[in-house]
Every structure is written in structure tokens, then in C-alpha cells.
Design a protein around this ligand. Structure first.
Ligand code: GLU
Length: 287
């Protein structure tokens, strides 16, 4: 039942198995959708074929299912949405909001931390080029449901970011915003590591004449030395034989302490329905 019109999503990249950090994001976005009587969609961000790991798409789905995190409707695949991305690129192009850029990473770095619009006025390109957005917006703050008003690095958000890469692949900001619009997402729940990305994406929503959705950034899971859990940092995959323990640990990162009475792995549904109530009611709720 979707009484409220709330639509949330979990959008993992299939670059490796899910780890505790991904479970926290999956669970937080799931709980937020459930508490709002909304839909929870699953999108596979398989836009970057070289980064896709064999078996990861299946692993993500079986891992979510093993934890009782069942998405609504069909799974969305970015790899199947190229026509939609191309339509948005054409729209931006016809508004004269895109330009080709030949700069290498090295050149951009040598000129400073952020891209300074070097190719904006160039009329001809020779080498392979990326397409950049003439960014009209400088987002200096965003409203986060958990963290309140967040100041963001406006130099980063006013950058003319890439929408299509030199290798022809669509860039993350473009694909994510295009999909979030198409999927009717009303709130984006993702990790705190993506706060700057959210602000850049707000600029793209506005460029496309859309009001950005709400957002909620969740705490990150880190190693003892402070490095965030990620596939690149070789965060360990989840032990699927211990779903209740995994859910209990993930809920602890979300500030919810599961009562000791839930110990059996058969109690996944009980843990989740306890968590939905706790997320909605508890004074220790992170929201
Ligand atoms: N697929 C990306 C990730 O797993 C982005 C998720 C998002 O846009 O929220 O980090």
C-alpha cells in the first residue's frame, strides 16, 4: 500500500559484495520507506562495466533477501536506461548547457582542486572529449532530514561536472538524477560520504527544472583507523548465515539497540518489524 506517495530507493553499485556499510544504507532507506508507508525500490547502478564484479548483482539481491529487505516491484538497472540518459543529454544540449572538454585529470589537478571551466569557450575539439554541464547553480547548503542544514563546499558544487565521459559512459551524477526523476523518488537516503554528490545533483535537478527530493544521509561504517568501509578498501562481505546478527549490528550504527530476545536467525521479520516501530517512535531514533 502506498498511501503517502513516498518513494525511496537503495542504489548499490555492483562492484563487489555488500558489506556492513551497504547494509546500514539499505536498512536505513528501507526503514524510512516503511515508516512513511511508502515504496522501497532497488536500483542497480551498473553504469560502469569495467567496475562490475562478476556475480555482484546476484549477490546484492540474495543478500537483501537473506536480510528480509524485499524491494517493491522490478529491479531497475542503469545499464538498461541509456536512451533516457541520451534524451536528457539532448535536452541539455539543445539548451546550450553542455560543452566538450578535452582536459586530462592531470591538467585539471595542475590548475587546482576543481575544474575551472577551461574548455567552456573552446569552439573546436580534436582529441576524445567528455561532455560537461555549464553549471548555473552554486549550492552552498542542503537540508538533511537527520543532520539539519549542511554547509557544502560550493566550489565543488558549482563545478561544471562531467555528464558523459571520454569513454562514452554516462557519468554518475547524470544517471543518478535521471533515474531518481524517472523513478519518482521523493527522498534519497544514502551515506554521509555522498553529501557533496547530493549537492552537485541538486544543481542538476534544478537545471532540469525539477525540485530536488528530500535527503537523509546516514552514518558511515569505518575501520578502526577511520577509513570508511568500501569495496575499494576491501571491507569484508556479510556472512549470510547470520542475518539477525548483521541486522542487529547495522541497527546499532543507526542508534537502535535490538533487545536481546531476538537471537534466532528465524526472527528476521520480528527484528525488522521491531526496527520499523523503533525507527518511528524511539526517542533515541537518529532522526
Ligand atoms: N551507486 C552509488 C553507490 O553505491 C550511489 C548511490 C546513490 O546514489 O545513493 O555509492
Amino acid at each position: 500500500m502506498n498511501q503517502t506517495g513516498y518513494v525511496g530507493r537503495f542504489a548499490p553499485s555492483p562492484s563487489g559484495p555488500l558489506h556492513m556499510g551497504s547494509l546500514v544504507t539499505a536498512l536505513g532507506s528501507f526503514l524510512q520507506a516503511k515508516v512513511n508507508n511508502g515504496k522501497w525500490l532497488l536500483r542497480i547502478d551498473d553504469i560502469d562495466p569495467p567496475r562490475i564484479q562478476a556475480g555482484a548483482i546476484e549477490n546484492i539481491q540474495s543478500c537483501l533477501t537473506a536480510h528480509g529487505l524485499i524491494w517493491d516491484g522490478d529491479v531497475f538497472f542503469q545499464s538498461q536506461n541509456a536512451e533516457h540518459y541520451e534524451r536528457i543529454i539532448s535536452q541539455l544540449n539543445s539548451q546550450k548547457l553542455l560543452y566538450p572538454c578535452e582536459c586530462t585529470r592531470g591538467k585539471i589537478k595542475a590548475l587546482g582542486e576543481f575544474y575551472k571551466g577551461t574548455c567552456r569557450e573552446k569552439t573546436q575539439v580534436k582529441s576524445p572529449y567528455s561532455l560537461r554541464l555549464k553549471n548555473q547553480f552554486e549550492i552552498s547548503q542542503i537540508e538533511d532530514r537527520r543532520l539539519g542544514t549542511l554547509q557544502v563546499n560550493s566550489q565543488a558544487t558549482q563545478e561544471d561536472f562531467i555528464v558523459r565521459r571520454k569513454d562514452g559512459l554516462y557519468a554518475y551524477h547524470l544517471a543518478s538524477v535521471a533515474d531518481d526523476i524517472q523513478m519518482g523518488i521523493t527522498e534519497i537516503v544514502r551515506g554521509e560520504d555522498l553529501i557533496t554528490a547530493t549537492a552537485c545533483q541538486w544543481a542538476l535537478f534544478k537545471t532540469l527544472g525539477r525540485t530536488p527530493p528530500e535527503c537523509l544521509h546516514l552514518p558511515l561504517v569505518t575501520f578502526a583507523d577511520g577509513r570508511k568501509f568500501s569495496k575499494q578498501n576491501h571491507a569484508p562481505g556479510l556472512d549470510l548465515s547470520k542475518p539477525v546478527k548483521n541486522l542487529t549490528d547495522a541497527l546499532a550504527y543507526l542508534n537502535l539497540t535490538v533487545p536481546n530476545s531476538f537471537q534466532s536467525n528465524h526472527q528476521i521479520d520480528e527484528v525488522l518489524s521491531w526496527a520499523i516501530h523503533a525507527w518511528a517512535d524511539s526517542p533515541s531514533n537518529i532522526l
